[in-house]
Write a protein that binds this ligand. Structure first.
Ligand SMILES: C[S@@+](CC[C@H](N)C(=O)[O-])C[C@H]1O[C@@H](n2cnc3c(N)ncnc32)[C@H](O)[C@@H]1O
Length: 368
């Protein structure tokens, strides 16, 4: 097999099977449910609905919502229906003239290889109160016409990089990430290369959205970030380390070539809150209306189960691993991974450790 450098973000596991994102996205779903209350408050307080709708070039009253990096499964549907319900409430609060006239257009965006068929089949078939469309493409580029969106949502997607910085796979570079698959525990050069790529991706993302959102339009983001104080290991970081250990073990046993593993890096970067703030401020087109961590209900010492953890990790990483290593080693890799998860007691240790910082950010498109 050719040893190609791993590329950028890849879709979640589609279909309806045991490792599908549809059946293994409860971590993200709890986050989406937690963010609901913040989004509802923000729409009630910050969305100038009459201004937005009357400035629309169209004579009909259409409110356009886009969920970027929507994936498949129930999360995206929960998100858009919540936004829609909140917007309706706000609209109706302005009196009898604002009853019933508003129509909703919802755009579901993800990478072209996302399982849009499964997504479309899972949309409510009767009594759906919005017009739905799929928009395939990378969200670092323009996806919509100018000033055509009123509300953009994006959860658990912005930490995915559009590509792996080439230095990470360049044997002559100080940022060569030999034997490692991510930036944590790696040299500062590696971290810098990841951070630079994240900065470029965020810049492109914000530039595109600045053109697509109407002035006064809102954008709600939930971004996985590094916690300010990393006391003990976050589960997500610990799991990446265990995956790395499995791959290196397979090299030692001759199952995988060293080159194959050295050329694989996870296209994920967890920024600090400060990095996110600086990138938004540098863009100049958005005001930060709210920025705070999502606070999940306490775990009370309850550790996640081994099976649910492996399946959730697999739903996110399998497509990426298959695209680099091929399909044949996947079951063996996850067999080893499961053994390491059990032996490491990472799950019981994580029960009382703070997890990743899930940063909720509400941005408003400034008037030019
Ligand atoms: C963990 S899933 C999150 C799905 C959903 N938003 C949720 O909260 O459950 C991340 C999604 O982002 C998508 N994604 C990653 N990079 C992307 C990009 N550059 N453009 C569009 N979608 C992207 C992936 O394909 C994946 O479906």
């Amino acid at each position: 097999m050719n040893c190609i450098p791993s590329t950028g973000s890849s879709p979640m596991k589609g279909g309806d099977g045991p490792y599908s994102y549809t059946h293994n996205s409860s971590f993200q779903r709890q986050g989406v449910e937690t963010a609901k209350a913040l989004i509802n408050e923000d729409i009630a307080e910050k969305l100038d609905i009459n201004e937005l709708i009357s400035s629309s070039s169209s004579s009909s009253k259409v409110f356009s919502i886009a969920d970027l990096g929507c994936s498949v499964g129930p999360n995206t549907i929960i998100v858009v229906e919540n936004i829609m319900d909140s917007v309706k409430l706000k609209y109706q609060s302005f009196g009898p003239n604002n009853q019933g006239a508003l129509e909703f257009q919802v755009f579901f965006n993800d990478l072209p290889s996302n399982d849009f068929n499964v997504l479309f089949k899972s949309l409510p078939s009767s009594d759906r109160q919005y017009f739905a469309a799929g928009v395939p493409g990378r969200f670092q580029v323009r996806l919509f016409p100018k000033a055509s969106l009123h509300f953009v949502h994006c959860s658990y997607a912005l930490h995915w990089l559009s590509k792996i910085p080439k230095e990470l796979v360049d044997k002559t570079s100080p940022a060569w990430n030999k034997g490692r698959i991510c930036f944590t525990n790696a040299s500062n050069y590696v971290r810098e290369a990841y951070s630079t790529q994240f900065g470029k991706d965020m810049e492109s993302f914000l530039n595109a959205r600045a053109q697509e959102l109407v002035c006064g339009g809102l954008m709600a983001l939930t971004i996985l970030c590094l916690p300010e104080v990393i006391s003990g290991k976050c589960l997500a970081l610990g799991l990446n380390d265990l995956l790395e250990a499995c791959l290196n073990e397979m090299v030692e046993e001759g199952v995988l070539s060293e080159d194959m593993v050295d050329s694989f890096n996870l296209p994920q970067y967890y920024a600090s809150k400060q990095e996110v703030v600086s990138l938004i401020e540098r863009n100049l087109c958005f005001s930060i209306e709210r920025m705070e961590p999502l606070v999940r209900p306490p775990r009370n010492g309850m550790a996640p189960s081994v099976e649910s953890t492996i399946s959730a990790f697999r739903a996110v990483a399998e497509e990426l691993l298959v695209s680099h290593f091929g399909n044949d080693i996947i079951d063996e890799l996850f067999g080893r991974f499961k053994k390491k998860v059990v032996e490491s007691s990472i799950l019981s240790k994580s029960a009382d450790n703070p997890g990743m910082l899930e940063l909720y950010v509400l941005l408003k498109r400034k008037v030019d």
